[in-house]
Write a protein that binds this ligand. Structure first.
Ligand code: AMP
Length: 429
């Protein structure tokens, strides 16, 4: 859909916030999920992280807050946090107890992860009432995530109305995907009326990792073409040309694309019709099947790649004559096959590829997945050095041989740092 002028976020009328003082270099990053809030305080002056933590099971009796100050012991509170308001108030109190409260003059802003920014939000945005209303208007596109993000922003505004709040959108990095890649081949009017198109997700991770990969190569991101494989519990691929995303595997929702921990990724859309008409499943049941009981867990009962590898390695000794191992192997093979299809497709999309970067839980840690994904692709200039690939490290590093035409890299993602950096950059210019 060609964005209508009134639908695009116009930077000329974007709300602005006062420029933070020279000592206000810290950003509190908030990631509000449906029943959890993760937070990290990051100092953009030196990259330090004075505190971090998580509130889990909000709304349940045994909700908990784990607060981890950089200079002290972790503190755990187990009690009922009825809603995000109570949870965030408790977080603010913990931060204040360490002298890091929301009224601290060193705090420049709160940066909020917001899952869906639609076509309108192409960049981080200072939140005002109008922006908040627009994020709410996008709830039908992300019914599980945007409501929690909105609640997080509202609550944070109440706790310190004077503090700038910045929304950083998971979809923003993908708004550069060209029309021919973003549009599904369905009736244009139906698609446009219901805002059906490819939006893509994990954008802060793809932005961060593609830039870090260029840095690792010692090159300007504007000159580098990278395929980013974000393989966590959710998984997505993107093709990034000169710093701009030109294709990504997640679509209208995070269900499309690669095989994930519990999500199916790509399938024939008629599977849904079939399950409804022939198996008698209603839409909620299909939704639950495809999002929660598919992917690795649907194929073999486990969504953790470590456990899948353990089952494969146990082989015939699994106590079930190898049946557990065979199912795990099937899940691994389906996962890797899909990954390789995307890799090949994105080489074709980009034409010239300088690097393939693996990131997130599986991408950063599973040498087996990386080796299987790249095996036999020398014809595409892709090769892995077994010794480099086997090395364990938390640093960004190359795992291809020195002579390889295309670099293969492991680049740990850091979505919190990216959100903090985008927030700080927006305010300080
Ligand atoms: P994320 O969503 O990025 O936190 O990734 C979580 C997933 O990473 C887990 O479900 C595991 O499948 C995978 N993972 C984490 N650590 C390892 C590891 N050491 N080896 C293989 N997979 C891992």
């Amino acid at each position: 859909m060609t964005p209508q002028p009134d639908e695009r976020h116009d930077p000329g009328t974007a709300p602005t916030a006062p420029v933070p003082g020279p000592d206000a270099t810290r950003v509190l990053v908030l990631n509000s999920g449906s029943s959890s809030v993760k937070y990290q305080l990051i100092d953009m002056a030196d990259g330090s992280r004075p505190a971090a933590g998580i509130v889990e099971r909000i709304g349940e009796d045994a909700s908990s807050l784990r607060h981890v100050p950089a200079d002290g012991e972790p503190r755990e509170t187990v009690r009922r946090f009825t809603d995000h308001g109570e949870a965030l108030s408790a977080v603010a109190e913990e931060l204040a107890a360490d002298g890091l409260g929301l009224d601290s003059p060193r705090l420049a802003a709160i940066g909020h992860r917001v899952v869906h920014g639609g076509q309108r939000f192409t960049a981080p945005t200072v939140v005002d009432d109008e922006v908040l209303a627009e994020v709410e208007r996008l709830v039908p596109l992300a019914p599980l995530h945007n409501p929690a993000n909105v609640t997080g922003i509202r609550t944070a505004r109440k706790l310190n109305p004077g503090l700038p709040q910045v929304a950083v959108f998971d979809t923003a990095f993908h708004t550069t995907v060209p029309e021919h890649a973003a549009r599904y081949a369905i009736d244009v009017e139906t698609a446009d009326t219901h805002r059906v198109r490819r939006y893509g997700f994990h954008g802060t991770s793809h932005a961060y990792v593609s830039r870090r990969t260029a840095e690792l190569l010692g090159r300007d991101p504007a000159d580098v073409n990278v395929i980013v494989l974000h393989l966590g519990n959710g998984a997505s691929a993107s093709a990034v040309a000169g710093g701009r995303c030109v294709e990504t595997s997640m679509g209208l929702t995070p269900l499309e694309g690669l095989v994930m921990g519990t999500r199916s990724g790509d399938l024939d859309p008629a599977v849904i019709l079939h399950l409804h008409r022939v198996a008698g499943m209603d839409m909620d049941a299909v939704d639950e099947l495809l999002n929660k009981r598919s992917g690795l867990v649907g194929l073999c009962g486990d969504n953790d790649m470590r456990e899948i590898r353990r089952r494969i390695d146990a082989g015939e000794d699994d106590g079930h004559d190898g049946a557990d191992a065979r199912r795990a192997q099937l899940a691994f093979d389906v996962y890797v096959h899909r990954l390789r299809k995307y890799l090949g497709a994105y080489v074709a999309v980009l034409g010239r590829v300088d690097a393939v970067a693996f990131t997130a839980g599986v991408g950063e840690n599973s040498a087996e997945v990386r080796a299987a994904a790249i095996a036999g692709l020398e014809v595409l200039g892709l090769e892995i050095c077994p010794d480099r690939n086997a090395e364990r490290s938390r640093e960004a590093r190359l795992v291809s041989p020195e002579y390889a035409r295309t670099a293969v890299a492991v680049v740990p993602t850091d979505e919190e740092l990216e959100i903090a950096a985008q927030t700080y950059r927006l305010l300080t210019g």
